[in-house]
Design a protein around this ligand. Structure first.
Ligand code: UGA
Length: 434
C-alpha cells in the first residue's frame, strides 16, 4: 500500500513513520526544503522519544522516504494524508485552513487512479467536504474519496499512542475508502484496537470534542485546587477519590499551572468559533478557556506570595519551560505567561529545561538567563519554581539543592513533592491545591 503524508511536522512525521512501521510504503512530502534535506540526512527536526530510531529503521528498510516532489508521490498513492498545520488564525480564534486547502488544490491535479484523500490535521467540521469540493472543481475527472482520520497522539508519547491507540476514528463516505483505511490499520487488529467508523462531520467533531473534554477535566480540577487551598483539602486526594469512580476516570485530573501545548488552547478556541458559526452556545468550553487563563495568572500570585509579596530583585530558578515533559514544544506553555509577568516585576530569572531552551529563547523576554545544568540555575536562588515535571526534577537531591540556594522557597507547580518531606529539608514549600 502506498501512502503519501503531506506535511512533515509533528503529526505528519510521527504518523508517516508509524504507518511505515505497519508495513506501508510511505513518502513524507513537505514544501520546506531545509526540513526535507535534514530528514534525508537522517536528522529529526523535532524531539519525540523513539522517533529517530523508528525513522532510521524504516528508511533503511526502504519503506519510508522524504520528498519535495508532490506530483510524483501522489501519482502512485493509494492514500494521501493531509497533515499540514492548522494554526489559530490571527485575531479570531478560527483554525487557519489555508494550508489544508492549498494542499487539496495541488493534489487534485496529480491524482491518477482511485485515491483516498484523508484529513489528518485537526480541522473544523465541514473541512473534509470542502476538500472534496476543491478537488472535484480542480479535477472533475479524478476518481477519489475524502475521509477524516483525526489523530489522538500526545507529544512525548506519540509513538506509543499511535501503536496502542484507545481507538481509531474513521470518517468515511464510501465502503471502498473504509476498506483501504481498515487495511492500512490492520496491524492494530492484533491488539484489538477499536476502529470507530462514522461520517465525516462526526469524525471531525470527535477530535475537537475529545480535546475540549480533556481540557475541561483539567480546568475543573484546577478550579477545585483553588477551593482545596481555601478549605484545607488536598487536590491529589480529591482527584483520586473522584477518579476511582469509573464514570469519571482518574486521568487528566492533575492540578497544575494550566494546560498548554499546540492542541488544547487552539482546539478549545476553534470549537467555540465553530459553535458560534452555527448559532450554538459553548458556555462550558468558554469557561474552560477562562479558568485556564486565570489559573496561569493565579500561579504568578502564588509565587509572589511565597516570596513574601514581591518578586522584585529576587533570583528565581525556574525548572522546566516546555508545556509538558519529553518535548521541546513551547507553544502556549504556561511558562510563557508566568515568566514574563515575573520578569516585569523585576525578578531575576535563571531557567533550565532539558529540551526547550532553543524555542524558549525566541519566545521569552531577553532578560531571562538560560542555564545548561540544574545546579547552575539553582545556585544563589531565593526561590525555585518547578514549572514542568521533567524526570530530572522529580528526584532532586534536596539537601544539595538547599545548600546551593540563597533562600529556601520552593514553589512546586506540578505537585511533584510532598510537603512534609520538603519542610523536613528546610524548605518553605508551596504547591497547587494541597
Ligand atoms: C493532546 C491530547 O492529549 C491528545 O490526545 C491529542 O492528540 C493532542 O492534544 C492533539 O490534539 O494533537 P498534548 O497536547 O500532546 O495532547 O498533551 P497532553 O498530555 O494532553 O497535555 C496537554 C496539557 O495539559 C499539558 O500542558 C499538560 O501539562 C496539561 N495537563 C494534562 C494537566 O495540566 N493536567 C492533566 O491531568 C493532564
Amino acid at each position: 500500500m502506498n501512502v503519501v503524508m503531506i506535511g512533515s511536522g509533528y503529526v505528519g512525521l510521527v504518523s508517516g513513520a508509524c504507518f511505515s512501521e505497519f508495513g506501508a510504503n510511505v513518502i513524507c512530502v513537505d514544501k520546506d526544503e531545509s526540513k526535507i534535506n535534514a530528514l534525508l540526512n537522517g536528522e529529526i527536526p523535532i524531539y519525540e522519544p523513539g522517533l529517530d530510531d523508528l525513522v532510521s529503521r524504516n528508511v533503511k528498510e526502504s519503506r519510508l522516504s522524504f520528498s519535495l516532489d508532490l506530483k510524483e508521490a501522489v501519482a502512485e498513492a493509494d492514500l494521501v494524508f493531509i497533515a499540514v498545520g492548522t494554526p489559530t488564525r490571527r485575531g479570531d480564534g478560527h483554525a487557519d485552513l489555508k494550508y489544508v486547502y492549498a494542499a487539496a488544490e495541488e493534489i487534485a491535479g496529480y491524482l491518477t487512479g482511485y485515491t483516498v484523500i484523508v484529513d489528518k490535521s485537526t480541522v473544523p467540521v465541514g473541512t473534509a467536504r470542502e476538500v472534496c469540493r476543491i478537488i472535484k472543481k480542480a479535477n472533475p475527472a479524478a476518481e477519489f474519496d475524502v475521509a477524516s482520520n483525526p489523530e489522538f497522539l500526545r507529544e512525548g508519547s506519540a509513538i506509543g499512542d499511535f501503536m496502542r491507540p484507545d481507538r481509531v476514528v474513521l470518517g468515511v463516505e464510501s465502503e471502498r475508502a473504509e476498506a483501504l483505511l481498515r487495511e492500512l490499520y490492520r496491524p492494530l487488529n492484533l491488539i484489538e484496537a477499536p476502529i470507530h467508523v462514522t461520517n465525516l462531520e462526526s469524525a471531525e467533531l470527535i477530535k475537537y470534542a475529545s480535546n475540549a473534554f480533556l481540557a475541561t477535566k483539567i480546568s475543573f480540577i484546577n478550579e477545585m485546587s483553588q477551593l482545596c487551598e481555601k478549605v484545607g483539602a488536598d487536590v491529589h486526594s480529591v482527584a483520586k477519590g473522584m477518579g476511582l469512580d469509573g464514570r469519571i476516570g482518574k486521568k487528566f485530573l492533575h492540578a497544575g499551572p494550566g494546560y498548554g501545548g499546540s492542541c488544547f488552547p487552539k482546539d478549545t478556541l476553534a470549537l467555540i468559533r465553530i459553535a458560534q458559526e452555527h448559532g450554538v452556545s459553548s458556555r462550558i468550553v468558554e469557561s474552560v478557556v477562562e479558568v485556564n487563563a486565570s489559573q496561569k495568572a493565579r500561579m504568578v500570585s502564588k509565587i509572589r506570595e511565597a516570596l513574601g509579596g514581591s518578586e522584585s530583585d529576587k533570583v528565581i530558578a525556574v525548572l522546566g519551560l516546555t508545556f509538558k515533559p519529553e518535548t521541546d514544544d513551547m507553544r502556549d506553555s504556561p511558562s510563557l505567561a508566568i515568566l514574563p509577568a515575573m520578569a516585569d516585576k523585576g525578578a531575576i530569572i535563571k531557567a533550565h529545561d532539558p529540551e526547550g531552551v532553543k524555542e524558549a529563547r525566541k519566545l521569552l523576554p531577553e532578560s531571562i538567563q538560560y542555564m545548561d545544568n540544574i545546579e547552575d540555575a539553582i545556585k544563589g536562588a531565593d526561590a525555585i519554581v518547578l514549572m514542568t515535571e521533567w524526570n530530572q526534577y522529580r528526584g532532586l537531591d534536596l539537601d544539595r539543592v538547599k545548600s546551593l540556594m540563597k533562600g529556601n522557597v520552593f514553589v512546586d507547580l506540578r505537585n511533584v513533592y510532598e510537603r512534609s518531606m520538603m519542610e523536613s529539608h528546610g524548605f518553605i514549600y508551596t504547591c497547587v491545591g494541597r
